[in-house]
Design a binder for this molecule. Sequence first.
Ligand code: AMP
Ligand code: GLY
Length: 416
Amino acid sequence: MKKVLVIGSGAREHTLAQTFLRSEAVDTVIVAPGNDGMTDPGLRRESIAVTDLIGLRDLALLEAVDLTFVGNEEPLTLGIVDLFQSSGISIFGPSKVAAQLEGSKSFTKNLLQKYAIPTAQSVTVNSLDTAMAVLQKFGLPIVFKLDGLALGKGVTILTNELEAKNYLNDLYVQDANATLVIEEYLDGVEFSIFSLVGKNGVVTHAPLAQDHKRRYDEDKGPNTGGMGAYSPVNWLSEEIKARAISELVLPTIDAMAQEGTPFTGVLYTGVMLTKEGPKVIEFNVRFGDPEAQVVLPQYTGDFYELVTQLLAGNQIHPSWQKKYVYVGVVLAAAGYPGNPKKGAIVPTITDVSPLTINYAGVKSGKANGGRVVTIVAHDVNATLAQKRVYRTIENLDTALQYRHDIAYQAVQHENS
Ligand code: AMP
Ligand code: GLY
């Protein structure tokens, strides 16, 4: 039997572990560091931080794990894949250079421009004067992106000229040579494509997903890591999906190979569907959280088999379900995202049969961080799946907080 190591601690890593445990070949999944909510049979935790690459490698060697799957971006941009490979350990994810698709906005924009892959026009600047000139050229609204791993906080969109000038003045007072990507604003609807990319360009694309980044209903309030998601996105046509794959995703995978830095792992393409067609908003090099929680339950084949075949560059026979819509709602600590309050009791969910439950910030049965649990239900359409998930949540006695409208676009589409 096979042993898998999943790296990360959130609900995304919980669903990854559950997905591997559904494989008949797998009897043990170790999650490092995981969280106290992860108690599934066959799942074990080791408290090693995601940034302790040497500790993780030693664990993988000691446990003789057959496959390692990295949930979050930090270890990838630090080079965990290169380190594991140099020790002969099988790991699914991009090399440090390829992880720049998420880690460096300027790397990504240069690549997209060089290969003429549709994206927002942009210029990378290093001084206040050039930044001001680009602002004049692009007009408003304007998008500023700081280079480097931003954890969702690096993007600022401004609609007012004075605010935009103040932003630039403040930035260059702090650091006279700051690297800033300035982008034209793209108007449209957003969705995400998750592609599992193997060697030799072997790839499978999961059903499309849509996240809800704002904290409150009707997309109000501050940006968060994601308050809920659903998949598939029923209001997008197969034609749009096919176009986004053939015009954005596949050319990027080819471009990385041509550059001598082939991409292996999960490529998360954030797409804006504009009047001129789909354009790249961003790439990430791992599954989204909470998108993973609604995407991975849809894999009906053997996920361990899929990932090992991808790593070998062999032909694959992926199978994603087509009958149901999955809706996932995040329960978060009060005060999230600004100042999440610790200590709320994490509710026990007993009626789990049609649901999947993925824990995140849980310590000794109490909330220990921002997002605490994702509850996912599926049904034959989004309207019914949404009803099902909220019926469960409303019956819980909990101080945790959540949005009440996850999947509203899909529900509106079904009822229009
Ligand atoms: P990013 O970190 O690049 O994904 O950006 C975070 C969010 O900012 C995206 O999910 C979009 O909603 C928004 N955004 C980023 N770039 C643009 C753009 N060029 N035009 C409009 N919205 C954008
Ligand atoms: N849900 C968005 C992300 O994982 O980046």
